[in-house]
Design a binder for this molecule. Structure first.
Ligand code: PLP
Length: 366
């Protein structure tokens, strides 16, 4: 293994490297027999049309998306989709329910409040790292939708269930958990997911939306965010991030070849068990501040040197890890400590290496 990373964007260098990056490299100067790079091609070309359709098909197959759901590719990242969701869906009643469990759902709620009334279904948690019991939520029966973030990437909190919204459409941000576990799509009105964590490079956001929720965007909704319009134009209403969709399509094929979402889920469960066990059996040298029942399988925040963390030891930890080519283990600046991100491209072997390093580090400094 040439490199091992536990966070974010360099993940493509590990496992996908063979299947995805080498394929991309081979095709970079000439896509197929064309003599042209895909980058040089029109988004109306037959080559890109095939990629666009194949990518949609792969998302549909991998997640078992029923026919009455549409799959769209938009730009603007997850953050753009926060606004798009509200502009496309809030119009029906003018208000929406938001479950704010961390950074990203907080940002989504703030964005939506520009376009309608936002009701927080529980007050901001006094203790971060938890999700209040569903029985305590105050749902608005007139909400156009209930929004939640399936996996809070920064905070390390993941929903262990799909909330019950009493028939109101559920919208979920799955940017950091898509394709890491099976999901019953029929439970959702709309799913948004930036590709860059688990299924491709930055630049494309996948939207899965139930057909009957189309057709009611706000007047002010820009056409590039208008799901109804984008659907009508098969996600080529204007120039999409063609290269990003192209690489994403290859990653999706890689997931298929490697056993699909079912296999990713099994691997995810193995990886998180390895890491949380190492934390648990460290005599409090490592600690995870998240409630056990909502700990993320994907983003694992932990402190080094005791429950409050010892910043000197944490700096040392990062330095030593980098010497072993384990990069980006530093936690988000808003949370501190460490964060290991176990996206799909990170293997169980990679996590074993991390755990081995953690045990050695503890022996030396604990
Ligand atoms: C990374 C992330 C986002 C934001 O993505 P951008 O593309 O940077 O806007 C949104 N939601 C979640 C859960 C994320 O992990």
């Amino acid at each position: 293994m040439e490199s091992f990373t536990c966070q974010g964007r360099v993940y493509l260098r590990i496992k996908w490297k063979i299947y995805v990056l080498e394929e991309v490299q081979k095709e970079l100067l000439s896509f197929g027999e064309s003599g042209m790079s895909l980058m040089e091609m029109s988004h109306r070309s037959k080559e890109y049309s095939k990629i666009n359709n194949d990518a949609q098909k792969a998302v549909r197959e991998l997640l078992h998306v029923p026919d009455n759901y549409k799959i769209l590719f938009i730009q603007g990242g997850g953050t753009g989709a926060f606004a798009a969701v509200a502009m496309n869906l809030i119009n029906r009643t003018g208000s929406a329910d938001y479950a704010v469990t961390g950074t990203w759902s907080g940002k989504a709620a703030k964005e939506a409040a520009k376009y309608g009334k936002v009701n927080l279904v529980f007050p901001k948690a006094d203790k971060p790292g938890s999700i209040p019991a569903e029985s305590t939520w105050t749902l608005n029966p007139d909400a156009a939708y209930l929004y939640y973030c399936d996996n809070e990437t920064v905070d390390g909190v993941e929903f262990p269930y799909i909330p019950n919204a009493n028939g109101i459409p559920i919208v979920s941000d799955m940017s950091s958990s898509i394709m890491t576990k099976r999901v019953d799509i029929t439970k959702f009105g709309c799913i948004i997911a930036g590709a860059q964590k688990n299924i491709g490079p930055a630049g494309v956001t996948v939207v899965i939306i139930r057909e009957d929720l189309l057709g009611n965007p706000m007047k002010i909704c820009p056409s590039v965010f208008d799901f109804t319009h984008i659907n009508k134009e098969n996600s080529v209403h204007n120039t999409p991030a063609t290269f990003s969709v192209y690489v994403m399509e290859k990653v999706l094929q890689w997931i298929k070849k490697n056993g699909g979402v079912e296999a990713m889920e099994a691997q995810s469960s193995q990886k998180k068990t390895l890491l949380y066990d190492a934390i648990l059996h460290s005599n409090n040298f490592y600690s995870c501040p998240i409630d056990e029942d909502v700990r993320s399988r994907i983003n694992v925040p932990f402190r080094v040197g005791g429950p409050q963390g010892n910043e000197d030891l944490e700096t040392k930890f990062l330095q030593e890890a980098e010497k072993l080519k384990m990069f980006q283990l530093k936690g988000h600046r808003s949370v501190g400590g460490m964060r290991a991100s176990l996206y799909n491209a990170v293997t169980s072997d990679d996590v074993n290496l991390l755990v081995k390093f953690m045990n050695e580090f503890r022996k030396q400094y604990g």
